[in-house]
Design a protein around this ligand. Structure first.
Ligand code: GDP
Ligand code: MG
Length: 173
């Protein structure tokens, strides 16, 4: 079975785990495995992973789709570069409650990987930050979704779009 590997990146607390949790519950019937290790405060410590088997329309074949979110701590920087270089595509989660420069620094960590691989932007937490037009403009050359992962808004759309872009980009090369 071919496998697609999609990485959710963004600042700590941006909502990466919340996205994976929501997908894990809505795609319950496709789920093969879910692993998340966190501290007592709920921060992702090492690994946040969701594995699904998805049948693509118009094809007999099933695809394994593996989602990872990146661990925040610096001590996992080696794990992080391994994850980035092995990804087929990325979702970058923007946290509008944190400074734009911080968000852009985090986005910049993907730069060398996204020249050939697709990235979809999700501006999260729009339930608490209403005005995100200026943020949308900053990322305007990419596909941008607004979301409230906590309420499951925009999560599915973000995922299905990156999946589509990865498949179109050619997977299992
Ligand atoms: N208000 C609001 N809070 C959110 C949203 N998404 C995530 N959060 C909260 O932000 C915190 C960090 O989320 P988490 O998914 O663990 O972030 P991660 O560090 O990127 O994995 C948690 O308390 C979430 O409940 C959202 O859309 N709206
Ligand atoms: Mg997390």
């Amino acid at each position: 079975m071919r496998e697609i590997f999609i990485v959710y990146h963004g600042l700590g607390m941006a909502g990466k785990t919340t996205n994976l949790e929501f997908l894990s519950s809505v795609f319950q019937n496709l789920k093969i495995d879910r692993f998340h290790q966190s501290t007592v405060e709920g921060r992702t410590v090492y690994l946040d992973m969701l594995l699904m088997a998805i049948k693509i329309k118009g094809s007999e074949e099933k695809l394994k789709v593996r989602l990872f979110s990146t661990p925040g701590q610096e001590r996992f920087s080696v794990v992080r570069s391994w994850i980035f270089s092995n990804a087929d595509g990325f979702v970058f989660i923007v946290d509008p409650t944190q400074h734009i420069d911080e968000n852009l620094r985090s986005y910049g960590e993907l730069r060398e990987y996204t020249t050939k691989k697709p990235v979809v932007i999700q501006i999260n937490k729009t339930d608490i930050v209403g005005e995100v037009d200026s943020l949308k403009k900053i990322f305007g050359n990419r596909t941008v979704f607004t979301a409230s992962a906590k309420n499951g808004v925009g999560v599915r759309e973000t995922f299905l779009t990156i999946l589509k872009e990865v498949i179109e980009n050619g997977v299992g090369k």
